[in-house]
Design a protein around this ligand. Structure first.
Ligand code: UDP
Ligand code: MG
Length: 139
């Protein structure tokens, strides 16, 4: 399993903009197999916990407020080299720097509202997946 799994969220602004379906289609077109998917909403406390690694960063409070501002989609994705492959596919953190055709270039509107999350390591993919999916050990 390790190495083949990543975790993603479609962030509140992309959902509010009506791009949930487009982004899910783009994810599957990229060869990512959806292992689990949930439409949900984070509380402020859950967003703080999810992004705890960034708690000292100047953008932390804004990010937590944003990520708990509306519904999101959380999903576990499977593909060979899933973490790196998905990060390449979604593009740079700032949509302005993201490669043309990437999810963030297409659907991101600011460095904060950059359409999607993507795990940064195999270890974090598992931690983040388990944060949302209690049945994750079966995947
Ligand atoms: N972020 C932000 N301002 C910044 C950097 C990041 O609002 O200057 C937000 C953005 O939504 C990003 C998230 O914080 O996706 C986590 O930042 P990270 O550096 O981990 O970027 P990512 O791994 O998502 O590309
Ligand atoms: Mg990150």
């Amino acid at each position: 399993m390790s190495g083949n799994i990543t975790f993603t969220m479609i962030k509140p602004k992309a959902v509010a903009d009506g791009n949930m379906g487009n982004i899910i289609a783009k994810i599957t077109e990229g060869g990512f197999n959806i292992k689990a998917m949930k439409f949900t909403r984070l509380t402020k406390e859950q967003a703080e916990k999810f992004y705890a690694v960034h708690s000292a960063r100047p953008f932390f409070n804004g990010l937590v407020t944003f990520m708990s501002s509306g519904p999101i989609v959380a999903a576990i994705l499977e593909k060979e080299e899933a973490v790196q492959s998905y990060r390449n596919y979604i593009g740079a953190t700032n949509p302005a720097d993201a490669a043309a055709g990437s999810i963030r270039a297409l659907y991101g509107t600011s460095i904060e509202a950059n359409a999607v999350h993507g795990s940064d390591s195999d270890e974090n993919a598992i931690i983040e997946g388990a944060f949302f999916f209690s049945e994750f050990e079966r995947f």
